[in-house]
Design a protein around this ligand. Structure first.
Ligand code: AMP
Ligand code: TRP
Length: 332
């Protein structure tokens, strides 16, 4: 009998334009894993709406992210790509899991604390429950491995706790997933303030590179990236700006930071930055061309997300039914 392939699940929420951080920290890893695993990649639109989204932007970005997945090299024939809201079991499982998740655990989530800090009284209950929906996403597919950036590690640990708790309360139901966090691109930092992660929600656009930024914009942003006055390419926390650029180059070129440091010995930042910029441009340019092309072919995109939802529905409903039965809900 053929051995069951291990399952991978991951997603990105369409709450802003995707950055180089999303690309290197998430998507590029997925492309490498697709041959070995049975992969599910969703566009997490239900996570995006935990903060207010302009409906037309949400629609545009949802399809753009799906196009980026495909353009980056995720094969539609081999993988299940779908839009989270097309698979109702996610919301249902999320409710069932919410009932055995504690307020205390959710209020300790650093992403929640950061995001809700300046919201006053208008923090949505969805933002608070965000990690439970993410646990449902993951647990429904008997996922073995979850490739994400470092910022999602805490959410993943909570998903494991929630899954283990359910298994103990009722009986073994879920596979408890492991995280898969690539080292060099685990956290791509802001180009203007390398103490913060590169994020689309930053105010200063020079701090982030968007996957869809034109080449000349990418070159300008890299040339303006904050470094230091040391003038040597070293991989150390004392030079966070340079370290971040090394991480970017390392992730794109599959070179170790040590190899990069060795190569730039005796050279200044100008050469180094130019190479970083060119590496990014040559990585992203083909992806951008493909995305633009895909976005003009809505029927093709639709065929992919429909097929994805069909498969995802089938698998997730099986798990949801098990959950309902164990909890004591009457089967319809
Ligand atoms: P999000 O955009 O928050 O939905 O994140 C989607 C995926 O991209 C998650 O796996 C994140 O961990 C990853 N990610 C986002 N920003 C970065 C970053 N600056 N560096 C590395 N990974 C990131
Ligand atoms: N919350 C994740 C993020 O912001 C996106 C996400 C939603 C996700 N569901 C997931 C990631 C399931 C991994 C697995 O990055």
């Amino acid at each position: 009998m053929e051995e069951r392939k291990k399952v991978i699940f991951s997603g990105i929420k369409p709450s802003g334009e995707l950055t180089l951080g999303n690309y290197l920290g998430a998507i590029k890893n997925w492309v490498k894993l697709q041959d070995e695993y049975d992969c599910y990649f969703c566009v997490a639109d239900l996570h995006a709406i935990t903060v207010r989204q302009e409906p037309k932007d949400l629609r545009r970005r949802t399809l753009e992210i799906l196009s980026i997945y495909i353009a980056a090299g995720i094969e539609p024939k081999k993988n299940t790509m779908f839009i989270q809201s097309h698979v109702p079991a996610h919301c249902e499982a999320s409710w069932l899991l919410t009932c055995s998740t504690y307020m205390g655990e959710l209020s300790r989530m650093t992403q929640y604390k950061d995001k809700s800090k300046n919201m006053g009284d208008s923090i949505s209950a969805g933002l608070f429950n965000y990690p439970v929906l993410m646990a449902a996403d993951i647990l429904l597919y008997n996922t073995d491995l979850v490739p994400v950036g470092k910022d999602q590690k805490q959410h993943l640990e909570l998903a494991r706790d929630i899954g283990e708790r359910f298994n103990n309360l009722y009986s073994p139901t879920f596979t408890i997933p492991d995280g898969y966090i690539s080292t060099s691109a685990a956290k791509i930092m802001d180009l203007q303030d390398p103490s913060k992660k590169m994020s689309k929600s930053e105010e200063n656009p020079n701090g982030y590179i968007l996957i869809m930024d034109p080449p000349e914009v990418i070159r300008k942003k890299v040339s303006r990236a904050v470094t230091d006055s040391i003038g040597e390419v070293n991989y150390t926390d004392d030079q966070p700006g340079v370290k971040n650029l090394i991480n970017i180059l390392s992730a794109i070129k599959s070179l170790s930071p040590e190899e990069i440091v060795e190569f730039y010995k005796g050279k200044g930042y100008a050469d180094f930055k130019r190479d970083v910029a060119e590496a990014i441009v040559s990585e992203l340019e083909p992806v951008q061309k493909k995305v633009t092309e895909l976005l003009t072919n809505k029927d093709y995109l639709e065929s992919i997300y429909k097929a994805g939802a069909e498969k995802a529905n089938y698998v997730s409903m099986k798990t949801l039914r098990k959950m309902q039965k164990k909890i004591g809900l009457i089967q319809r």
